[in-house]
Design a protein around this ligand. Structure first.
Ligand SMILES: *Cc1c(COP(=O)(O)O)cnc(C)c1O
Length: 239
């Protein structure tokens, strides 16, 4: 039976070959292991296989795992990324426990995260979530409003704008997967041209990571291809 460690190895190889296809340096593509609904022992197994960055979607579930791991394994220096929808009553806990938030799409949420980020911690790294598939998705900033949001967020003192994130509608054909990733890369370049010092394009999941890397992803968010199927019954957070 293959293990989390084997899966991580396979994913790293997939990253390498997708990067090489477009003559990108594979070290410019970061792997975020999406551990939502997975138990702490699965996270520890990945950490012991060298994985450092983990993505979580549900605040309550995530924080209990973060605290448990910190208590049992203070030697591990893991990086925690919040990638799920954000309710305003969760911003304080997210600002206190995470290093990154990929799913910022409203000014109100950004302001709360900045106000609530503890002074002792480094500024919170932020990606703006873009609605790149149009009406099909309810979350994400409309591309027309992106520059305005970038301006607002980059002025917030306890946030550091790092880049963009998208969750395109699932498509099975690689050619159709590519379209929204291409559009994201255009938006990313526009931000850079406008003078924003962004370095992160968070896009690509288990089923479309190869296309995302070929179109310029700098972070892929991979869950099932590392941990296997999600166990939703273990989910503690009620949203
Ligand atoms: C669950 C999730 C992922 C991982 O998806 P897989 O298909 O399991 O790789 C990536 N990004 C976000 C925002 C998610 O919610």
């Amino acid at each position: 039976m293959s293990t989390i460690s084997d899966h991580l190895q396979e994913i790293r190889q997939r990253i390498q070959s997708a990067a090489r296809t477009t003559e990108r340096n594979p070290s410019t593509v970061h792997l975020l292991a999406v551990s939502k609904t997975q138990p702490t022992n699965a996270i520890l197994e990945a950490a012991d296989a060298g994985q450092k960055a983990f993505g979580e979607n549900y605040e309550q579930e995530a924080v209990s795992k973060i605290l448990a791991i910190r208590a049992s394994r203070p030697d591990l220096k893991l990086e925690w990324h919040f990638i799920g929808p954000i309710q305003s009553n969760k911003t304080r806990s997210i600002a206190e426990h995470f290093d990154w938030v990929h799913s910022v799409d409203r000014e109100k949420i950004a302001r709360r995260l900045s106000d609530q980020r503890p002074a002792a911690l480094a500024p919170l790294n932020i990606c703006l979530q873009v609605n790149i598939s149009g009406e099909a998705s309810k979350s994400g900033i409309h591309p027309e409003n992106l520059l305005g949001m970038a301006k607002t967020v980059s002025a917030m003192p306890r946030l550091k704008l790092r880049g963009l994130m998208a969750i395109p509608e699932p498509e099975s054909s690689p050619d159709r997967q590519r379209e929204p990733f291409k559009a994201m890369k255009v938006l990313f370049n526009q931000l850079r041209k406008a003078g924003y010092d962004v370095d992160t394009l968070s896009m690509g999941m288990s089923d479309d990571m190869d296309a995302a890397i070929e179109e310029g992803a700098t972070t892929v968010r991979i869950g099932t291809a590392i941990f296997g199927k999600r166990n939703y019954s273990s989910r503690k957070d009620s949203r």
